[in-house]
Structure formats: structure tokens, C-alpha cells
Design a protein around this ligand. Structure first.
Ligand code: FES
Length: 183
């Protein structure tokens, strides 16, 4: 078989080198454009988050819990603890029957006590503080009673709790008529 003329072999070699070069340049450019597109996308996302930040929907500070009749004498209603952080209690306080809303925050270091129906007391699982049904502390390290939130009868006759106002027994604030509803 006759050997190829040296010129033809050189042309072929040259063509192969150019092909390789243009492929390399093409790949490099494609990579560059892809990185640019990704960076641009990330930037746009960041910008969008900056312009439209997540807004945490806070639960309203005032909420209705139902009519007085739903809170019989002596009962501690625990169904609002998870959503609103309150116990609604109907109890005798100093000879007067009242409905009041107790804040579910231990006055020692802020844990959430449990209502123990059998023992008729709130008991904090963290360091053992105990509180009577009226919220007054009687055992453990809690230095003062639980706090009350404001409560009133709303226009539609339901009890409405307002967490924007708190009342402390040790400051004499439980005498404030906004801290309870007489029954
Ligand atoms: S947090 Fe309740 S006893 Fe310490």
C-alpha cells in the first residue's frame, strides 16, 4: 500500500489539533456561562429574599376562649396551653369566685408547669416548684406566683384574654378588675 504523502498527514494532524482546541474552548465557555447563570440565579434569589423577607405570623395577643358557662367552678382548663400559653381557671379567690387566665410560665426559670388534677396544683417539671390553683407558689425555688393575663367579657359575651397585659400578685395587681372576671 502506498504511504500517504507527508503533506496530507500534516494537514490531517493540523485539523485534529484545531478540532481539539475548539472543543476545549467551547467546553470552557459553556462552563463559564453555566457558572454565570448559577451565580446570577443565586443572586436573584438572595435579592428576592432581601426584598420580600419571611414574616413570622405571630399569634394575636387577644383571643376568645368561649363563654363563662364553659368554665365550671373549680375547673382548670388546660386546652389553651399549647396554642396560647394560658390556663383559664374558675376558682374561689379570697372568698370571691373568679375566672382568670394564668400565664403558663414558671416564675423560677421559665419552664412550663403541668396541672396535676389529682393533686390540685401546678407542678414545674424542671426544678419542682409547685403552685396552688390560684397561681401562688408554695414549694420549690419559684420566687413568686404565676402571672395573670388580662381577661374580660367581649361584646359577643365570650371571655377574651389579652396577653399584652400581665398582672403580678406580689405587686397587688390581682386586685385590678381587668385581671379577672367575677362569676
Ligand atoms: S423553672 Fe420551674 S422550678 Fe425552675
Amino acid at each position: 500500500m502506498p504511504s500517504r504523502p507527508p503533506k496530507a498527514a500534516k494537514v490531517e494532524e493540523e485539523t485534529g489539533r484545531r478540532g481539539f482546541l475548539s472543543l476545549a474552548v467551547g467546553s470552557f465557555m459553556a462552563l463559564g456561562f453555566t457558572s454565570l447563570a448559577v451565580t446570577g440565579g443565586l443572586f436573584s434569589l438572595g435579592l428576592a429574599r432581601f426584598l420580600f423577607p419571611n414574616v413570622l405570623a405571630e399569634p394575636p395577643s387577644s383571643f376568645k376562649v368561649g363563654f363563662k358557662e364553659g368554665f365550671p367552678a373549680g375547673k382548670v382548663e388546660t386546652k389553651f396551653v399549647a396554642q396560647y400559653g394560658v390556663w383559664v381557671v374558675n376558682s374561689d379567690v379570697g372568698g370571691q369566685q373568679q375566672i382568670y387566665a394564668l400565664k403558663t410560665v414558671c416564675t423560677h426559670l421559665g419552664c412550663t408547669p403541668n396541672w396535676l388534677e389529682a393533686e390540685q396544683k401546678f407542678k414545674c417539671p424542671c426544678h419542682g416548684s409547685g403552685f396552688y390553683k390560684d397561681g401562688v407558689n408554695f414549694e420549690g425555688p419559684a420566687p413568686r406566683p404565676l402571672e395573670r393575663y388580662a381577661i374580660k367579657i367581649a361584646d359577643d359575651g365570650q371571655l377574651e384574654v389579652d396577653k399584652s397585659k400581665a398582672f403580678q400578685e406580689e405587686l397587688g395587681q390581682w386586685n385590678d378588675p381587668s385581671s379577672y372576671v367575677p362569676v
